[in-house]
Design a protein around this ligand. Structure first.
Ligand code: FE2
Length: 401
């Protein structure tokens, strides 16, 4: 690998194939032919009870797949659950692992697909680029619009032996197929729609406002702000600004569900290349301390972090503000940019996001410890357009309190 210091050279990866559209889940019929007949589905009880799992099994079976199901997935998936699923997988020896559900189930399917090929232990894969080679192929079928895990190189694991959630990051984790069927998101409860939609917005905004990285290899997993992720992020921001409130208030609105599924996919593609930054770095310890959903924590933290980087990202913040309030088209970039954080907060309020970390159950005396933990998430903080040390992070948490 060679690149000259100071030149902006970047790389981009996404899922091997993306299927998108109302009814796209029907391509599951082709899974056995593409990857082999032995299919393991990683999902949870909600998917079983809602009948989604049954539909997926029927479609796989139409394509002559033999299907085994691990249906004990949990929100914010933990190491024990992964190891239990991996034991099932190792005994069954699947040709392909289908992840069905929210981001946690998709992350579960990725971790299982590692352990099908390599014995572990799981912590030996934590961090960046610690997977020795290709994993079992993953087919990701998201049923929420937000995580972007269907195209991302990351699986997040809650390990009780670690103080914070840990990430496994490697391009080997990018699913072979991402099947994004907005029809599968219709049964998503309003709060999940809101939290995951705000997570997608955080992905898009953090990618769009990330640092331009000339300090890392174009082979790095996250390469910072780049023209490709900008295109994806801006499309996602416009769609979320327009359609998230409708998707939350009118769950059966087909156009809103389609737009949000697309926005989530695009934002996922954007951050899978650019990387996320300070919002996600702060959310890691906040989520751990409060046991609140990932997207909810990001939504609460996002406006404060935006304010703190606005002066370094005026054109980007102006774009975000104008997406949320077209009346700002007649204002200067600086004027529009100064409204961006507040407009994102207003969007959050509209879809039921509470204001302040206090509402998530964070105690004031926890803030120094949370900032200390967040300051260790260098992988994400290095993407911030403004450098933040532990004392800066404490100030941000105090402002977001
Ligand atoms: Fe996220």
């Amino acid at each position: 690998m060679s690149f000259e210091d100071g030149n902006h050279v970047w790389g981009f990866s996404t899922a091997g194939r993306i299927f998108f559209g109302w009814g796209a889940a029907s391509v599951l019929r082709n899974v056995a032919q593409e990857f082999g007949p032995r299919v393991l589905i990683c999902t949870d009880q909600n998917m079983v009870k809602a009948g989604v799992c049954e539909t997926v099994v029927a479609q796989l079976a139409e394509g002559k797949a033999e299907v085994n199901i691990f249906d004990q997935g949990q929100p914010e998936v933990d190491r024990q659950t992964i190891e239990r699923a991996a034991a099932v997988a190792q005994a069954y020896a699947p040709d392909v692992v289908v992840g069905l559900g929210g981001g946690s189930n998709l992350d579960l399917s990725k971790a299982v697909a590692i352990l099908v090929k390599y014995p572990g232990p799981l912590p030996s894969f934590y961090g960046e680029n610690n997977i020795p080679g290709p994993i079992a192929p993953v087919v990701a079928v998201p049923t929420t619009a937000g995580t972007g895990s269907e195209v991302s190189p990351v699986a997040v694991v809650a390990d009780p032996e670690r103080a914070m959630k840990v990430g496994i990051a490697s391009r080997a984790l990018i699913p072979a197929w991402a099947i994004v069927d907005p029809a599968l998101t219709v049964s998503c409860p309003a709060s999940v729609t809101a939290h995951s939609g705000m997570d997608a917005l955080a992905h898009a905004i953090e990618s769009f406002c990330a640092k331009v990285r000339t300090d890392c290899s174009p082979h790095a997993i996250f390469v910072g702000k780049n023209p490709m992720s900008d295109i994806l992020a801006t499309k996602a921001i416009s769609a979320i600004a327009k359609f998230l409130p409708t998707a939350v208030a009118q769950p059966k609105d087909r156009a809103a569900r389609e737009e949000m599924a697309m926005a989530s996919l695009l934002a996922g593609m954007a951050f899978s290349a650019a990387g996320t930054a300070t919002v996600h770095a702060l959310q890691y310890p906040v989520g751990e301390a409060t046991h609140t959903p990932h997207g909810l924590g990001n939504a609460v933290l996002l406006p404060t972090v935006m304010k703190s980087i606005t002066s370094s990202r005026i054109p980007e913040m102006a774009f975000i503000a104008r997406s949320l309030d077209p009346a700002l088209n007649s204002k200067s970039d600086a004027d529009a940019a100064s409204q961006a954080a507040e407009l994102v907060e207003k969007l959050g309020a509209k879809v039921g996001i509470p204001k302040g970390l206090r509402a998530l159950g964070v105690k004031k005396e926890q803030l120094p410890q949370l900032s200390k933990m967040a300051s260790t998430v260098r992988r994400l903080l290095d993407n911030s357009p403004v450098p933040f040390d532990e004392s800066d992070l404490l100030r941000l948490l105090q402002e977001a309190f």
